[in-house]
Design a protein around this ligand. Structure first.
Ligand code: BTN
Length: 261
């Protein structure tokens, strides 16, 4: 049986100043991204979290579906950053997940560019960031985080070979600990802005992608080569077999060799 995450238990134990001070919990939602957007437009305080027991139309990057049945973690954090801080949000979110999963479960994580969290080479968490920008002002950013917990990946053909899930006998308690650790770590990193150098370095160090043969796709373009570097804006540089270098700003990367766990 799946025990629901309690927003009161989270808020009682959370010692943050901003992230998660307000939590809007819904047992079932189409997507926390849409509800978070409505709330952001209504003017809720920065750091408000929308948390769902399950999502019925969870979405991922590049218009993919995201599975989040009961027992998973699906949440969106509403931020009001400056425009110069936007590139760091991907880095903050992926580091916050990677560090909190490691501290709560003891399992080693890696980040696949730009922001997939892997355990043993398989994806355990996905992150989706949506911004509303007017001119040079960011009205808000929504950071959507989905962590596979208690998900039997073998039951879902589309992710059976590529996804992993965290499991625990005391699943409600460990999910609670994980959400608290995640929101705390997120705030610690977010409060380091606008200085993002340290965040960039830490994110870069945890990327499994660098030095690997990759296939990158964005729009209708595909390029294969070696992932050479990432810059502070988050863009990935790939050197093709002919020596040509391409910068990929947003896209999807498949590793042509398995990362070492
Ligand atoms: C990806 O890897 O493609 C990103 C997946 C993001 C999933 C999360 S779950 C919470 C939030 N609500 C959604 O509908 N999507 C994000």
């Amino acid at each position: 049986m799946t025990v629901e995450l309690s927003p009161f238990a989270i808020m009682n134990r959370l010692k943050t100043q901003c992230i998660g001070r307000e939590i809007a919990y819904y047992p079932s939602l189409p997507s926390t991204m849409d509800t978070a957007r409505e709330k952001a437009r209504q003017g809720v305080v920065e750091g408000t979290v929308v948390l769902a027991g399950e999502q019925t139309s969870g979405r991922g990057r590049l218009k993919r579906n995201w599975l989040s049945p009961k027992g998973n973690i699906a949440l969106s954090i509403i931020l009001r950053p400056g425009i110069a801080e936007l590139p760091y949000l991907i880095m903050i979110a992926s580091l916050a997940v990677a560090n909190s999963v490691e501290s709560v479960t003891g399992q080693k994580t890696q980040i696949k560019w730009p922001n997939d969290i892997l355990i043993g080479g398989k994806k355990v968490c996905g992150i989706l960031i949506e911004n509303e920008i007017k001119g040079n002002n960011v009205n808000f950013s929504i950071i959507g985080i989905g962590i596979n917990t208690n998900l039997n990946t073998a039951e879902h053909d589309e992710i059976a070979n590529t996804a992993a899930s965290l499991k625990s006998p005391e699943e409600a308690d460990s999910r609670l600990k994980l959400v608290i650790a995640l929101l705390t770590e997120f705030e610690n990193l977010y409060f380091k802005l606008p200085e993002g150098k340290q965040i960039y370095q830490a994110w870069r160090d945890k990327l499994v992608t660098l030095g690997k043969k990759v296939k990158a796709t964005w729009g209708k373009q595909i390029i294969e080569g070696v992932a050479e570097n990432v810059d502070e804006s988050g863009a990935l540089t790939i050197r093709g077999e002919n020596g040509a270098v391409t910068k990929v700003v947003a896209g999807d990367v498949t590793l042509k060799e398995n990362p070492k766990p």
